[in-house]
Design a protein around this ligand. Structure first.
Ligand code: ADP
Ligand code: MG
Length: 358
C-alpha cells in the first residue's frame, strides 16, 4: 500500500497538449477515479503513472518515492485493462499465477496466493478451466485475480467494465468496491461512467481537454459542481440549466426567467456582484416535485417518460426545457400545464460566460 502524488504532470504528443498541469494527492488506501469524456486524457495519465508512457514534465511519486526514472515492472503496480489479455491456452490457475511464476515464486507459495485470490473473487471452482470456457464477468475476475496476487502498492484500472453488459457491470462494480474495502489497496480507476465514479471513488477527478475541472469527494462533485461542465456531466438525467436575471427584493434573492420569477434562498454574499446580471441556475431533476408556490416553475408538459421507479417529465418553462424526476404515480398529461416546486437550497448558480459556479 502507498500514497500517490501526481505533480504538475504535462503531456504533449507533438504539438498537441493532452495533459495540462495535472496535480493529485491520493491518500494511502484511497480510490481515485479519473472521469471524463472520451479523449480527455484519462488513459494517457494512467499510462504515465504506470510508466508505460513518459510525461513531458512533472513527477509521479508512489509511496514517497519518485518513480519517474523507474521501469514499469519495478514500480510495484498492477494494471487491469478493458481487454483482459488472458493467455487463452493456459488454465485460470496458471493465468492468475503467471506473474508470480515469472518472478520465480515457488509453486507452493504461488498456489496459496492463487487460491486466496480465487476465493476472494469467488472463482475457486473455475481454476482448471481455460479462459474460452468463461463468461465475460468471469474473465474480468481472472484479470483482477492476476492483479491481486501481485500484492501491489497500486492498482490501476482502465475502464475495466466497459466490455460487460449492463447488469454484469453493476455486479462487478459492487465487487470492485468490496475488494477495495477488503484489500485497502490504493487505486486509480479510469472510467467515463459517472455512476461508477460516484459509487467507487474516495476522490473523483473530472477531466475535460486534459485539464482537471474538479477534484473532490463524490458528494461535493454532485452537490457543488465547480462549473457547468461538471454539473452537466454528472447526473442522469442531466442538470437543468435555467437562464435568468438575478434580482434582490425585500432582501430576498430572485431569478427572473422567461416564464416568471423563482425565489432563491441564497444569502451568500458572493452573489451580490451578479444582481442585475444574467446567471444560469443549475437545477437537478430530482430536486423538483409536483407543487406550487414562490419557489416553483410552471409550464406545459412536453414529454413524459415512465422508467418504472421514476417518471421523467419534461416541462417547457418559457421555452427552456426542464426535466423533473417524479414518482412512478406522477403521470401528468402531455400538453397540460404543470407546476414544479424546487428545492432551492440545492440550486447552484453559474456565471454564464465562464461557466464557473458563483
Ligand atoms: P481517454 O482515455 O480519456 O479517452 P486518451 O488518454 O486515450 O483519452 O487520449 C487523450 C488524447 O491524446 C486523445 O486526443 C488522443 O487522440 C491523444 N493520444 C493518445 N495517445 C496518443 C499517441 N500515442 N499519439 C498521439 N496522440 C495520442
Ligand atoms: Mg481511455
Amino acid at each position: 500500500m502507498a500514497t500517490l502524488a501526481i505533480k504538475s504532470i504535462r503531456k504533449s504528443f507533438g504539438t498537441v497538449e493532452v495533459l495540462n498541469n495535472i496535480n493529485v494527492d491520493l491518500e494511502d488506501g484511497g480510490f481515485l477515479v479519473l472521469l471524463g469524456p472520451s479523449g480527455c486524457g484519462k488513459s494517457t495519465l494512467l499510462s504515465i503513472i504506470a510508466g508505460l508512457e513518459t510525461s513531458s514534465g512533472g513527477d509521479i511519486v508512489i509511496g514517497g518515492r519518485n518513480v519517474n526514472a523507474i521501469h514499469p515492472k519495478d514500480r510495484n503496480i498492477a494494471m487491469v485493462f478493458q481487454s483482459y489479455a488472458l493467455y487463452p491456452t493456459m488454465s485460470v490457475r496458471r493465468n492468475i499465477g503467471f506473474g508470480l511464476e515469472m518472478r520465480k515464486v515457488g509453486a507452493d507459495e504461488r498456489d496459496t496466493a492463487v487460491q486466496q485470490a480465487a476465493d476472494l473473487l469467488q472463482i475457486g471452482h473455475l481454476l482448471d478451466r481455460k479462459p474460452g470456457q468463461l463468461s465475460g464477468g468471469q474473465r474480468q475476475r481472472v484479470a483482477m485475480g492476476r492483479a491481486i496476487v501481485r500484492d501491489p502498492d497500486l492498482f490501476l484500472f482502465d475502464e475495466p467494465l466497459s466490455n460487460l453488459d449492463a447488469k454484469l457491470r453493476v455486479e462487478m462494480r459492487t465487487e470492485i468496491k468490496r475488494l477495495h474495502e477488503q484489500l485497502g489497496t490504493t487505486t486509480v480507476y479510469v472510467t467515463h461512467d459517472q455512476v461508477e465514479a460516484l459509487t467507487l471513488g474516495t476522490q473523483v477527478a473530472v477531466m475535460k481537454g486534459g485539464i482537471i475541472q474538479q477534484l473532490a469527494h463524490p458528494e461535493t462533485i454532485y452537490d457543488r459542481p465547480a462549473n457547468m461542465f461538471v454539473a452537466g456531466f454528472i447526473g442522469s438525467p442531466t442538470t437543468n440549466f435555467l437562464r435568468g436575471t438575478l434580482a434582490r427584493s425585500d432582501g430576498g434573492l430572485q431569478l427572473h426567467h422567461a416564464a416568471g420569477v423563482l425565489l432563491l434562498d441564497r444569502t451568500n454574499q458572493d452573489v451580490d456582484a451578479y444582481v442585475g446580471r444574467e446567471v444560469v441556475a443549475g437545477i437537478r431533476p430530482e430536486t423538483l416535485m409536483v407543487g406550487e408556490g414562490s419557489a416553483a416553475l410552471s409550464g406545459r408538459v412536453d414529454v413524459i417518460e415512465p422508467t418504472g421507479p421514476d417518471t421523467m417529465v419534461v416541462v417547457n418553462v418559457g421555452g427552456q426545457m426542464i426535466t423533473a424526476r417524479l414518482g412512478p404515480k406522477d403521470r401528468p398529461a402531455t400538453g397540460a400545464t404543470m407546476s414544479l416546486s424546487v428545492d432551492t437550497a440545492a440550486i447552484n448558480l453559474f456565471d454564464p460566460v465562464s461557466g464557473d459556479r458563483i
